[in-house]
Design a protein around this ligand. Sequence first.
Ligand code: NAD
Ligand code: UDX
Length: 452
Amino acid sequence: MNICCIGAGYVGGPTMAVIAQKSPQTRVTVVDMNQARIDAWNSGNLPIYEPGLAEVVAESRGRNLFFSTDVAGEINAADIIFVAVNTPTKTYGVGAGSAADLRFIESVARTIAEVATSGKIIVEKSTIPVKTAETIQKILGANTRGLEFQVLSNPEFLAEGTAIVDLHNPDRVLIGGQKTPAGQKAVQTLADVYADWVPRDRIITTNLWSSELSKLVANAFLAQRISSINSISALCEATDADVDEVARAIGYDSRIGPKFLKASVGFGGSCFQKDILNLVYLCQSYGLPEVAAYWQSVVGINDWQKKRFAAQIVKALFNTVSGKRIAIWGFAFKKDTNDTRETAAISICRDLLEERAEVVVYDPKVPAEQIRTDVLGKGVENDRLIIVDSAEAAAVGAHAIAVVTEWDQFKAIDFEAVFADMPKPAFIFDGRNLLDLEQLRKIGFNATGIGK
Ligand code: NAD
Ligand code: UDX
């Protein structure tokens, strides 16, 4: 069996590395048009940071796992082609700001149609709007000289930071296919790949459209829980209730469950906002404005929560941060990743810079240049955005520390020493409810958390 995956990103790379690890008899090649990315996958310095990934790649690379820019050659050699290209929010034309930009998906479909000399199973791994398989089928059907293609939907549910654990032990693998004999045969072929390590009862099969839609709905439900608890965090602050206690109390109800109820500075990451906006656009397109408005509000609360956090800092610092140094601890959208896409830190840093603060950022995994580009835009300079290489260094001379990412190392910091280096009153705003506020208050900090 030959598998090719188009797109060597956060999904394509780890997913294929695990297939190659668990299925040594399968030859797996990940292709990308980005030469630098492929070079990094072939080097000792992988392009993404993910716990356990380097070990998994090392096990199979050069044996049955390969990274290449020969997109056409590998498409031709493959029996199964995974499509894991990016599907960002459209930034132009109709649907700008909400619809999915499907130009990379279409271009892949056209490349397959152009270069394939035998029939293939095409697997949508990217997150796409429901009915995208129809588009792919039409493009292939119109261009492929009678070759037999089956398009399957197999959305990916891994979360960054835990990608390898999630891939090794998924809650479920979802495969959608056509209800024809050929479609069902293709579904079985793909199910057999996963069955090398995933129990059969966790491999769920549905029709194509249910599978495509389920991915958007899963992310919308997860994000909705975060916006729900974040909305309640504001009410907790107004009423002296504690959001962690409320989350615990409601999470004990087995119908609600304890996970994904952690109040925060707001969700980030490349998926939640993009996928909800995609869902909103779909609802609007299908004439369902009430449904669209309902899901739009999940993003609305999230934007508000990010703004609210920065505004609280300004308010607590006597309504001015102009000329004051503020330490930002953590920039990635969550711990254990170097990914900064849609991280709440961008909005928070921008708001504080707008208030003329000196913003000093530390993140253990995100390169300085990435932080600068994310906050200011490519090539733009601002002396008031400073990036340092330790949390302690960020706090020296700072009026306030804002914990934006829940990196474990922040829990082990010597806060007495940090306090000594800060002008007084010294503030800590824990945007992740990570730290022991009582302990910090004993040291002398003005310490506040989200929903506390
Ligand atoms: P990414 O941007 O990290 O990687 C996509 C890669 O595809 C890029 O390296 C790009 O160069 C490559 N590419 C684009 N068009 C190409 C083409 N025509 N030929 C060859 N290569 C091409 O994106 P990602 O985070 O891996 O996400 C990929 C998809 O998976 C998206 O649809 C996303 O919504 C979905 N997804 C992402 C996550 C996640 O945690 N990041 C989780 C589940 C699903
Ligand atoms: C998400 C989905 O979890 C995953 O199934 C899907 O495949 C891709 O999108 P990811 O964005 O990588 O994964 O990370 P996730 O753990 O879901 O966190 C997303 C954001 O929500 C992060 O900013 C995180 O800090 C935040 N979050 C998460 C909260 O603020 N509170 C929570 O309780 C959980």
